[in-house]
Structure formats: structure tokens, C-alpha cells
Ligand binder design. Sequence first.
Ligand SMILES: C[C@@](CO)(OP(=O)(O)O)[C@H](O)COP(=O)(O)OP(=O)(O)OC[C@H]1O[C@@H](n2ccc(N)nc2=O)[C@H](O)[C@@H]1O
Ligand SMILES: Nc1ncnc2c1ncn2[C@@H]1O[C@H](COP(=O)(O)OP(=O)(O)O)[C@@H](O)[C@H]1O
Length: 287
Amino acid sequence: MKLSVKAPAKINLSLDVLNKREDGYHEVKMVMTQVDLADRVELQSQEGTKITVEMSSGLVPTDNRNLAYQAAALLQKRFTVNQGVSIYIKKNIPVAAGLAGGSSDAAAVLKGLNILWDLHLSKEELADLGAEIGSDVSFCVYGGTALATGRGEIIQPLSSPPPCWVILAKPPIGVSTADVYRRLSIDQSKPNCSDIMKRAIEEHDYKKICDMLSNDLEDVTLKMHPEVKQIKKRMEKSGVDAALMSGSGPTVFGLIQKEARVHRVYNALRGFCDQVYAVRLISQPNT
Ligand SMILES: C[C@@](CO)(OP(=O)(O)O)[C@H](O)COP(=O)(O)OP(=O)(O)OC[C@H]1O[C@@H](n2ccc(N)nc2=O)[C@H](O)[C@@H]1O
Ligand SMILES: Nc1ncnc2c1ncn2[C@@H]1O[C@H](COP(=O)(O)OP(=O)(O)O)[C@@H](O)[C@H]1O
């Protein structure tokens, strides 16, 4: 049997870092949402118990360091599955970009193998397993839009934000999430933006969503990589409604509601940065 699962990218509309925990992770509160830039994950049963991964892009290892491999191995071990799988990933999401491409691939494998291997696990159970692979995997299992707390693995689904275009621009640098968290100094007095962002989404208030875009990790990455700051400035000047860096970066996204403006912004960024995408928010959870 063969199965194909879509693995969409995410952006962080807000990201508050609350404190550093004893286990080395940071307690966060963030509003995340998916966009229609997606990898395609193909799963095919294979003889024996071997797990193999192939990718269209050579940038990511295909051995047990691959998050898709880890997802399959986790299910196989936890539920003593006596079957193998070959995984092919058509990579469309830029790697190490703050867009959770690897986490989304892992979530797609969990969801796909749940069907292929007849495991009958609930979304909650899949999300709990996802948290063992990475902090962003649980959100990717749910998909859509959500408030994420804990280290990012506690998910409260939210309604969809008002429809809009999203311009993504990724400079040719990779950013290590661990490195960005390590360099952050937490400002405890800073107001918490995610609660207001959550309310703005519930109220379907596009202007408030734009006004409240906020990311505590942005300053850290902008200081390390001034070219990210340049891209953000360029985006703001070219006419987006609001712009922000996603996750630990370096991708910057801009929100636009007027379709007539999308081409202008896209072209202004294309002259400046190789990887630019004009996509839309996904309005329904990806089941
Ligand atoms: C920053 C965010 C925002 O959505 O996204 P990305 O920029 O990676 O897309 C996430 O918090 C990233 O999630 P993810 O990429 O799954 O992180 P993990 O693999 O769990 O952790 C990588 C490393 O980041 C640090 N880390 C991660 C999450 C967290 N809440 N606190 C941390 O301090 C830890 O040092 C950890 O070893
Ligand atoms: N299937 C995968 N796709 C992308 N990256 C992966 C995958 N498996 C493991 N990785 C590793 O995970 C790291 C983070 O990748 P990614 O999920 O693309 O970025 P981010 O965490 O910034 O959103 C990279 O260093 C990459 O080598």
C-alpha cells in the first residue's frame, strides 16, 4: 500500500519566551499557523522491518538523524510493528528556516503510518508521540492554527485567522534553534503578546493581528545576521501590512490582504533574496 501525505510549513504569529526551565528547554507561549507551502511525504510498505528515507534535496541526512525516520522508528518500536516502510520526501520547504519543515515531515509520517500500520491512534496520542521527536511536532500533527504552550508541545486549537496572502523570504543562511535560544536574555517585564494574538484571531480582527505580530527570538537572530533585518525592512517598505521573522529564523514573513499588492512585494523581494514564496494561510486544519 502507498500513501501520500502533505506536510505544510508553519509561521509563528507570536512567540513569547517566558522562562528557562531546569531541563534546558524554554517555557514558551506562541500562536502558530500553517501556510500552503508544503513538503510531500510518500510512504510505501516494504518487506521486513527496514525503514528507509529518500529526499529530493541533498541538504538533509537520510539516516536516523532525519526527523521522518525518527517518527517511523518511534512508532515501530513503541507498538512492536513487524513491518518496514520506505519514505520519500519531496522537499519544498526551505531547511533550517524557522518554518518547521522537518517537524512537519515527522508529523506527516506519524499520521500516515497510523493508517498504513493500522494503529488507530488518536490525534492527541500522535501529538504526544510527536513531542518525543521535537517541540514543534505536536503542533504539526494538529495543523491549522493553535496556541502552543509548555516547550511548544501543549496545543490548544484556534479558529482560522482571516484569509490573507503570506510572502516568505529566506536569506541563504541556516540558523540553529538551540543557538538562538542560548543567546536570548529573557525580559520578564515584557507584556505577553500571545494572549492578545489569540483574542485577535478569535475576533477575526486582521488589523489587530498585524499590530500584534511579535517574536522574542527576532532580536537575537537579527543581531547575529543583519541581512535578516535588511529583508524585514525591505518587506515593510514594499507594502506588506506587517512583517515578522518566523520562529528562530531566518525566514521573514509578510502579511498582505490586498491581492493586487502581492506581485509588487514578491518582485521587490525577489531582486534581493533567492528564496521568496507567495503563499496563503491554510484556513482549515490539515487532517
Ligand atoms: C523556535 C521554534 C518556534 O516554533 O521553531 P523553529 O525556529 O525551530 O522553527 C520552536 O520553539 C523550536 O522547536 P523545534 O525546532 O521542534 O525544537 P527542538 O528540536 O525541540 O529543540 C531544539 C533545541 O532548541 C532549544 N529549545 C527548543 C524549544 C524550546 N521551547 N526551548 C528551547 O530551549 C533547545 O536547546 C533544544 O535542544
Ligand atoms: N525531514 C527533515 N527536513 C528538514 N530538516 C530535517 C529533517 N530531518 C532532520 N532535519 C534537521 O532538522 C534541522 C531543522 O530543520 P527544519 O525543521 O527545516 O528547520 P526549523 O527547525 O528551523 O524550522 C536541520 O538541521 C535538519 O538537518
